[in-house]
Design a protein around this ligand. Sequence first.
Ligand code: ACM
Length: 273
Amino acid sequence: MRVGLCQFAPKHGDVKANLDHIARALSRVEADLIVLPELCTTGYLFASRSEIAALSEPVPGGPTCEAMAALSRKSKAVIVWGMPQSADESIFNSAVMVTPQGEFNVYRKAHLFVDEKDLFDRGDSSFPVFDVSFPSPSGRGKGEGAKLGMLVCFDHFFPEAARSLALRGAQIICHPSNLVLEYAHTNSVTRAVENRVFWVLANRTGSETLGEKTLTFNGRSQIVAPDGRLLAGAGPESDELLVVDIDPAEALDKKVTPRNDLFLDRRTDLYLT
Ligand code: ACM
């Protein structure tokens, strides 16, 4: 199957412009799965909960989900993207997945970063894994299925999150992000290797300013194989569309050496939980 990512700088507060940008980008790529950055339809820095509430939408049911479902149908790609999700009185920083058949899955960010704590509620999704089939009507891949997990940005600092997904069978971890820490990208390789999964980091570029605060988002999106190989990597500032062909079955083999299996060798009798 072919997996890809789209790295760009979302326009702050302009959902329509961002959806148009995403539609143009997706029209230039053929893939079974495309991952987009965190909060890629709204931008990242907001002054108050009411500001982000005004841009939050139910999942599914809002115009952003409708637009993404139409894009998924048209491009025949499963799309994973980040957006603010409203649910009753709560607002979550969510990753949403839509399939060409119009099925939605959602993950709500569990580990909020810095001032996100003032804007969002902590996610309550217990790291679900979704079994997705890729019909590959265009002849790409073999029409196989794969188990997908989603994390949002800072979640990758907590190895338990990726481990939970891997233990539930995730073969590909989709990671919409707005990374700002220079060393954060190394986590993609570490998390991929320690779980033997494919990792798709879709980071954004550009910067946003709010009062005294400026954040620069540092791109370098990447697709990493279960053995830590960098299959595709983007630059720090450019708009990029990356795709690679992978065999998700590679992530089913947890052997590090013929005598070491990452899951079977775990010492759960010794670990602190
Ligand atoms: C982040 O979690 N957006 C760094």
